[in-house]
Design a protein around this ligand. Structure first.
Ligand code: SF4
Length: 437
């Protein structure tokens, strides 16, 4: 591997005896992560103004900084303040602005936590938080309140309790390891967690959310791939926000994961001043797919404290989807979601393609603006579903059918449930009826 000029400068400033084998060693990268301003300036060979230094100091008192030498080397020092890598990694005084509506834990992850290390929001899947450190502290992190806080590092016994909860909750079929970054754990520790989860019969799939292919690609080693292969099916979701992050080193890491048979997805956060542009987003999704990564979610930036300067209107996300749907291959288009404040989960939003409909025809428009119709069947006999699958023609011999009770809108649409409306708890008319208001 040949180091770039920026990488040569950084490695020489850290240690004149180090070479590319050190650079490619993820533990060396972690040991030399940049956590203070002096080192930041020295390694990049730049000098910030006194005002910038003062603002920086105040911000890191609240939200720490950590940047791997590798990710630092991607900063374009010629146009630093507009650089997407700089903006994602270097503290800004705007993080201290708390706006009306900002929250410490907008997704109420702590409230949906039946035991430490677990967030149980959806019926059949949980989040298992196994680490609270990351190779790089993203300035737009939704878990800013926790990441980097040494007092809340999940211990082996706390993780064990989370695993016990999963073991005792048979409806959980999907476990997402998150943090912090699970790939910052040692190989042995990760192997132990994955092995424990695999020993639980009802856990069908394990997912891992990691930003290491973006900020520490050298963490993807043959040994790590061996562990992931051992505990298949394991899906890996990474977090590229801009095509400039898909470097040769990142491509190598993604190639190793894909060759190891690990299905890869990507979650992007829509960030003002970084990727809030249809052309940038199209370049990103194309590069991801070329590297065998399926664009999975495009997230509207959360309402966490300190992120207001990164937020865009929802209309920007719709505009971006409008520029992707139909204009590129369907599997290049991520699902645009708003993670509901208060813990309601991800809500997909997209441009409206259904213009109108009658009893036998729907009117649609396509990505070019062509208005068309789809003729519906003149007669349709729906299958009445009373959940007696043994006597149903549709479900003959179906093993493992979902036994859970329908909730939400699905419940209103189902035949087997008599619920006709969902009423908010705070509805005063209903409270009056019950004599409460
Ligand atoms: S990698 Fe994820 S958890 Fe870590 S700082 Fe970035 S966004 Fe937050």
């Amino acid at each position: 591997m040949t180091l770039s000029a920026a990488q040569e400068q950084i490695i020489n400033s850290i240690d004149t005896t180090a070479d590319s084998s050190h650079w490619k060693d993820w533990k060396w990268q972690m040991r030399n992560s940049v956590r203070d301003l002096d080192t930041f300036e020295t390694l990049l060979g730049i000098e910030l103004s006194e005002e910038q230094r003062g603002a920086f100091r105040k911000t890191v008192e609240k939200f720490p900084m950590s940047i791997t030498p590798y990710y630092l080397s991607l900063i374009n020092t010629e146009d630093m303040e507009n650089d997407p890598v700089f903006r994602q990694s270097v503290p800004s005084p705007r993080e201290l602005d708390i706006m009306n509506g900002d929250m410490q834990d907008p997704l109420h992850e702590d409230e949906d936590s039946p035991v430490p290390c677990i967030t149980h929001r959806y019926p059949d899947r949980v989040l298992l938080l196994v680490s609270n450190t990351c190779p790089m502290y993203c300035r737009h992190c939704t878990r800013k309140r926790k990441v980097g806080d040494e007092d809340t590092i999940p211990t082996k016994s706390a993780i064990g309790k989370g695993i016990e909860y999963i073991r005792n909750t048979p409806q959980i079929r999907d476990v997402l390891l998150s943090g912090g970054d699970p790939f910052l754990l040692t190989d042995d520790h990760l192997d132990w967690i994955l092995g424990e989860l695999r020993s639980i019969e009802h856990v069908e799939i394990i997912r891992i959310g990691t930003r290491t292919p973006v900020v520490l690609p050298y963490r993807i080693t043959p040994e790590l791939i061996g562990i992931l292969k051992k505990h298949q099916p394991v899906w890996v979701n990474t977090h590229f926000n801009h095509s400039c992050e898909i470097t040769e080193s990142a491509r190598t890491a993604l190639g190793m994961l894909a060759d190891g048979g690990i299905p890869l997805g990507n979650q992007t956060v829509l960030l003002s001043g970084i990727n809030d542009c249809p052309r940038i987003m199209k370049a990103l999704v194309h590069k991801l797919v070329k590297n065998r990564v399926r664009p999975y979610y495009l997230y509207q930036c959360d309402l966490s404290e300190g992120l207001s300067h990164f937020r865009t209107p929802v209309g920007k996300g719709i505009e971006i989807l409008e520029s992707l749907i139909g204009h590129t291959s369907g599997f290049c288009v991520p699902t645009y979601v708003i993670d509901a404040p208060g813990g309601g989960g991800k809500i997909p939003v997209m441009p409206n393609y259904l213009i109108s409909w009658s009893t036998n025809k729907v009117v649609l428009r396509n990505y070019e603006g062509v208005i068309t119709t789809y003729k519906e069947p003149d007669s349709y006999e729906p299958t009445f579903c009373d959940r007696k699958c043994d006597s149903c023609e549709l479900l003959l011999n179906l093993d493992g059918a979902d036994e859970t009770k329908s909730i939400g809108i699905e419940q209103l649409l189902s035949d087997h449930d008599q619920t006709i409306s969902l009423v908010p708890e705070s509805n005063t008319r209903y409270s009056r009826r019950k004599g409460e208001g």
